[in-house]
Design a binder for this molecule. Structure first.
Ligand code: SF4
Length: 397
């Protein structure tokens, strides 16, 4: 890594050059290493780089954001790829870039329409942060995505990983972008044992990664590692026989490739029972906007709520009356849907009911609308609501 980049990192950290580390988001992440510390032999580094990049040249995935070298689409793709599979992201990315081809378009985007473009991708704060960041970029950075770690990390929605990915791919700066795939591949390559969620482990891995990254082609190197992790060095049953690093991999040599990285203890999943009710009135149905105090805020849904253990038979009528001030008649259970949000498993009971009276709900507490079901996709819907709409369409076919 050249000296100016070391200085740039050290500057933003306000730390001396020999203690470059960074706290990011909720996790402490070590982003660099001292230049003198040689963890990998230079000959090994050279060989590993050559093998990986040569494999990548023949095997790289053809992804829409890889066909463009502009930093804006690279930023958008990296935000969409947070917590989301590549195949899911592709159609969203294409639609998003058609609607918001420049940072100015994004900054001026209508929030509801922006959320609509995001509906189904989850983690909707990412879309809102994109817009906030676009406004800052226009105000402070003359409309261009900044090209330093120090500036990128200040933007909403950009953490250490995303900044590193953007810097390496869009600006050719040698920052290793340690995501889940890279953590798995590098910890196997160097046979690093330990809890991958722990700071010390990530520091150690980052040191290896920073020494290994190809300084001339850092973006290709990070992307090659991402592809290697998603197609060859799989979480279960890594395909070592076709891996370009097979002869160098320390875990493979020790027969430990399936034991590294060590498994994380599973997060406890909580289970809850909820209802959603499709209330019909003269061909229209009621949807409401989720409030700011709830997860998935600003998304739209059918009236929804928790079902407590001791609910009476007419709980639905009572709940819709107390919450919306509406009377419904004879709710019918249409089906049950299994759904999950982060570590919450939800058994969703879907009902259909007719409105008795009145049509006007309590607007002081609820932001809602009576709409034709054919219009519903114009609204940014929660994933569960989208599934319900699909079920309703299927059942009316
Ligand atoms: S040899 Fe096997 S374990 Fe090692 S990096 Fe390649 S696929 Fe992963």
């Amino acid at each position: 890594m050249n000296d100016s980049i070391f200085k740039e990192k050290a500057k933003h950290l306000s730390l001396p050059l020999d203690s470059r580390q960074r706290m990011e988001d909720s996790q402490e992440v070590f982003i660099s290493t001292t230049p003198e510390e040689k963890l990998i032999h230079p000959r090994e580094i050279k060989d590993l780089r050559r093998k990986l990049l040569s494999w990548y040249r023949h095997n790289c995935r053809d992804l829409p954001w890889r066909r463009i070298s502009d930093s804006y689409p690279i930023w958008i793709s990296e935000i969409m790829l947070q917590q989301t599979q590549v195949q899911t992201v592709i159609p969203y990315f294409i639609r998003f870039m058609n609607s918001y081809p420049t940072i100015i378009d994004l900054a001026n985007a209508n929030t509801q329409s922006l959320l609509n473009h995001w509906a189904g991708l989850g983690y909707y704060s990412r879309a809102k942060n994109l817009k906030k960041a676009a406004k800052i970029i226009i105000k402070i950075h003359e409309g261009c995505l900044p090209n330093t770690y120090q500036d990128l990390i200040q933007l909403p929605g950009i953490g250490h990983y995303t900044a590193s990915a953007i810097l390496s791919i869009a600006f050719k700066k040698p920052y290793i972008a340690l995501d889940g795939n890279l953590i798995r591949v590098l910890s196997r390559l160097f046979k690093l044992k330990g809890d991958i969620t722990k700071t010390l482990f990530q520091r150690s891995l980052s040191r290896y990664g920073q020494q290994l990254i190809d300084e001339l082609q850092p973006g290709e190197f990070n992307q090659a590692l991402m592809d290697l992790g998603s197609s060859i060095c799989l979480p279960r049953k890594p395909r070592c026989l076709v891996c370009p690093w097979e002869s160098r991999c320390r875990s493979k040599r020790a027969g430990m490739q399936e034991k590294i990285p060590e498994k994380k203890k599973n997060l406890k999943v909580s289970v809850s029972n909820e209802f959603a009710v499709v209330i019909i009135h003269r061909g229209r149905t009621l949807i409401r906007k989720r409030s700011h105090s709830r997860l998935l805020q600003d998304m739209w849904e059918f009236p929804t709520g928790q079902i407590d253990q001791e609910e009476s038979e007419d709980f639905l009528e009572k709940r819709i009356w107390s919450e919306f001030g509406l009377k419904i008649s004879s709710p019918n259970l249409l089906t049950n849907l299994k759904h999950s949000i982060t570590n919450r498993a939800i058994n969703l009971q879907i009902y259909r009911a007719n409105l008795k009276s009145p049509k006007v709900f309590d607007r002081s507490r609820i932001t809602g609308k009576w709409i034709f079901i054919s219009q519903i996709k114009k609204y940014p819907l929660t994933a569960a609501t989208s599934k319900i709409v699909d079920l309703l369409r299927e059942s009316s076919c």
